[in-house]
Every structure is written in C-alpha cells, then in structure tokens.
Design a protein around this ligand. Sequence first.
Ligand SMILES: Nc1ncnc2c1ncn2[C@@H]1O[C@H](COP(=O)(O)OP(=O)(O)O)[C@@H](O)[C@H]1O
Ligand SMILES: [Mg+2]
Length: 390
Amino acid sequence: MAEYLNRIGAGLILLDEEALSYDFVPKEIVRREDEQKTLAAMFSAIGTANMSCRALITGNVGSGKTVLSSTFADDIVQHYTGVRNIKRVHVNCRNHATTAQMLLRIAKELDERHPERGFSSSEVIQGIRRNLRTHNQHMLLILDEVDHLLRREGDDPIYQLLRIDEGRKESGTLSLILISQEQILDQLEGAVISRFGRTNHLALKPYTAEQLTAIAAQRAALATRKDSITKEVLNLIGQASADTGDARVAIELLEGAAKAAEKEGTAEVLARHVQKRASRRGRQVEPSVIDELSQHEQLALLAICRRLKKDAEITTGDAEKLYHVVCEEFEVKPRSHTTFWKHLKSLETLGLMESRMGTAKEGRGRTQFITMPDSLPGTMESRLEQTLIR
Ligand SMILES: Nc1ncnc2c1ncn2[C@@H]1O[C@H](COP(=O)(O)OP(=O)(O)O)[C@@H](O)[C@H]1O
Ligand SMILES: [Mg+2]
C-alpha cells in the first residue's frame, strides 16, 4: 500500500471528529452557569400545571444561544419527568420564515401525518392545542433566529401563539423561548418585548478568551487523544478567537490546528499549528509596523519570537533574559528593566503580542505570560532580523 495512505484514519490526534462538527451538541455546556441560573429563574413556574413561562435570549453569533437553550430544554424535560409531561420543540425560523411554515413545522413535530396544506393559521394553532391537550403535554417551544420570522411577518405570529388558550377554559398550553441576534433587537422592540417583560430578557455577552479556552478544552477532551494538546496551546486558541467572542471560531481553530498537526504526522498539536490557522483569519501584522518599531522594541520582539517558535508562551522574566542575549548578539547595550517593560506594553498595544496572568510553573505566585496567538513567530523573526541587520 502506498505509504502516504497509512496516514488515513491513523488518528494520531483526532479520535472523534464528530465532536468538532458544526451541529454537534455537547451534553453539558461550560462557563455559562450564571446564565443557566437566570434562565432557570425565568422558568421557575414550569413544573406547575396550567402555568406558562417565557424568555427572550439575545447575543452575537457564536455566543451560545442555540446550545444554551437546547441543553436547557433537555434539562427541563428530564428534571420534570413524572411531574409534568413537557414536549420540547425547536424551530429554526431561518428555514421556516413564514407563519405558515413555522406553524406547519410545529404541527408536524407533534404529528407526522399532519397535512401540508388546507388550514388557516388559527386552525393549525387550534390543532396544535388539541393535540397537546389530548396527550396531556405542555409544549416548550424554541423559536430560534426569530428575527427572520419577524422581518417577514411582524409581531403577529408571536401574538397568535401567545393567545393559544384565549377563549378556552384552559391555560398553560405552551411556554416560549425566543432567540435573536443582538442587533435585531430593535425589530423586537415594542409590543413583543413588553409582552415578554424586560425581566425575561437574557442578553448573552460575547465569550472571553478564558471562556473560549474552556470550550476548546471541552471539545479537545471529546475529540482528541489524551495528551495530544497542552493547556498552553488551548490558551492560545482562546486568545486567538477572543476578538470575535464566537465559540464557533474557537472550535474551528482547534479542528484546523489538529488536522494540520495530523497531516504533518506529529502526535501533538503545537502553537504554530494554531498560529498558522489563526493568521489566515486576516489580522496579520503589516511588515511596516515592524519596520517602524524602535531598535530596542525590535530586539525585545525578536527575543520573544525566537522562543515562541518552539513554545506556546514565554514568561516576561524569560523574555527579558533572552532580550539580553539578543542585545549581546547585535552588540548593543540592553535598556533598563523599566524601559524593557515599557517596550513590552507598546508591543502589546500594537497587537504584536498578547499577555495574560497565570500561575508560575516554578515557585509560587502569579506571573505574566506572553503569547502570539495569531501571527507566525518564525515569519516575524526573519523580518526582524532583516530590519536589524540593515
Ligand atoms: N458554553 C458552551 N459550552 C460548550 N459549547 C459551546 C458553548 N457555547 C457555544 N458552544 C458551541 O459553540 C458553537 C456555537 O454555539 P451556538 O449555540 O450555535 O451559538 P449561537 O446560536 O449563539 O450562534 C456550537 O457548536 C456550540 O455547541
Ligand atoms: Mg444559533
């Protein structure tokens, strides 16, 4: 067999690619504990017969709206087993953007044989109600990407749903979670929101580097061989995606880096695999930025690049030592400790490197680590050497 084919399925790093795919839903989500509690408080009445609950979740792409609501719905269904028969229905309004399509999707979820056409909206809604009552079910309906529906139809379909029990001797047929991107909120403003009440609005913040690291770590644990990716490299993934706050970007970086490492035949994901993928996201440093640095900033950066070619991070203490070595090489007198620190700060401000506080490997206490999440230290090194020699 051709030697290169041996690589296929060798699984040096990746054990289960599924866990890195777009639509994979983890059983549990990480680092949204407060938001889960907030949602739970909004739904505190859902275990009670004849009661309904509502929530509006907003946030940017990749802030976890879909995964938060679907894991929440699963947990609710589980938690109230034997107490209340809750049926969870998830409709993505991007694919069902008219009232008729959205309602049909719900009706079909409850009864596969529901006819495609021939009924008005209110007839379909009453059919949905009867079906739920017959089976003694309470529906937890998630209307995801609801802005698509609102743009086409206005508030009307939401009202119709909220009035499902009107004129009946019943109540509590359905609970509703609406999901939308932040910017679309204006369109939801007014009637619907006041119906939901401001207190039922949960706005998800974009993820921080630290949260993105935790999300990448969860996926790495599910998808990759043990010990094939270090904590330092996971930190780098978190930092490289933090400008977006988008969990999808972090997961894609992990996948890209793992695949790049496997293709190379390495059994470990290294910093450069992440950096190479991240640098494609188009935030590369202009060469002119490097040329315009002061000589000592360039020397400091060169020292850092040389280490970060091999390691994911370097402490500021080590960086200063290496800076002294580089100064010797270029036969210039090193600047004072304080000036060196100022240089580090300005390099960070320019986006040439990033720093984070962490626990020191040796000794106690905390120390500062320098990383380059989205540039290639090797490329920057040669650029710096050219400039410094001139
Ligand atoms: N807190 C989290 N824990 C684990 N995985 C998450 C978390 N937040 C998001 N993800 C994952 O990141 C991706 C994007 O999340 P998603 O819920 O689709 O975002 P949104 O709906 O806000 O665009 C999904 O693969 C999701 O499973
Ligand atoms: Mg979504």
